[in-house]
Design a protein around this ligand. Structure first.
Ligand SMILES: *Cc1c(COP(=O)(O)O)cnc(C)c1O
Length: 216
């Protein structure tokens, strides 16, 4: 089957996923020119940022993991972007905390495109309603959609997942309060090439940069 080549003229933001990675290795990546880092746990990230930030003043930190509502305050203080907004309850908690910080927080809505039981994220069916509700929150800015594709051996198998996220984004952007819903955060070490072909604007890559992580 012939597949159209996707010609990407725009750029893709590389989020270097530094969960479990030491502050010194993060700084090494920073000195090599990397600016955007992704963490999945608030506590671990806060400690790392405190250590790294004096030497990396313009590093940008994305939260990419599930956030419990009771950690919303710390997340609102520490992170530049929260990619993993996966419930309305969390969105409302973040809104309240960001308001106290007197800032606006760019967020992405996490979508469980594959419909996996074990995954966080809005279902495809919930997304329209959720996006409309979050768009009403004045201190959160919906900048796009994020997904974690199912883990498979052949990255081609998840191409339809990435394609669907793009179609969902296309449908949402332009609706009231969602004018800035442009980003597609999809693709990790195993599947970022396919994700970029399908329109990713953000890829979240850990192991291909920092090496294998210790097993939990
Ligand atoms: C760990 C993680 C990544 C990076 O995965 P790699 O396989 O190391 O590239 C990306 N996104 C999320 C949400 C993660 O938890």
């Amino acid at each position: 089957m012939a597949r159209a080549t996707v010609n990407r003229q725009d750029t893709v933001t590389l989020v270097a996923v530094s969960k479990t990675v030491s502050p010194s290795l993060v700084l090494e990546a920073y000195r090599a020119g990397q600016r955007v880092f992704g963490e999945n746990r608030v506590q671990e990230a806060a400690a790392k940022m405190a250590e790294v930030s004096p030497d990396a003043p313009d590093a940008i930190w994305h939260l990419i993991g599930h956030l419990q509502s009771n950690k919303a305050r710390q997340a609102a203080k520490w992170f530049d972007v929260v990619e993993s907004v996966d419930s309305l309850r969390l969105a409302r908690r973040l809104e309240a905390e960001v308001e106290k910080e007197e800032r606006r927080l760019p967020i992405l809505l996490e979508v469980n495109v594959g419909g996996e039981e074990s995954k966080e994220g809005f279902s495809v069916d919930e997304l329209d309603h959720a996006a409309a509700e979050v768009a009403e929150l004045p201190h959160l800015v919906v900048t796009g959609l994020m997904t974690v594709a199912p883990l498979v051996d052949n990255p081609e198998a998840v191409r339809p997942v990435f394609r669907e996220l793009r179609l969902l984004r296309d449908r949402l952007r332009g609706r009231p309060g969602l004018e800035g819903c442009e980003e597609l955060s999809m693709g990790m070490t195993n599947d970022f090439r396919v994700a970029i072909q399908e329109g990713a604007t953000i890829v979240r890559v850990g192991r291909a940069i920092f090496g294998e992580r210790p097993r939990p």
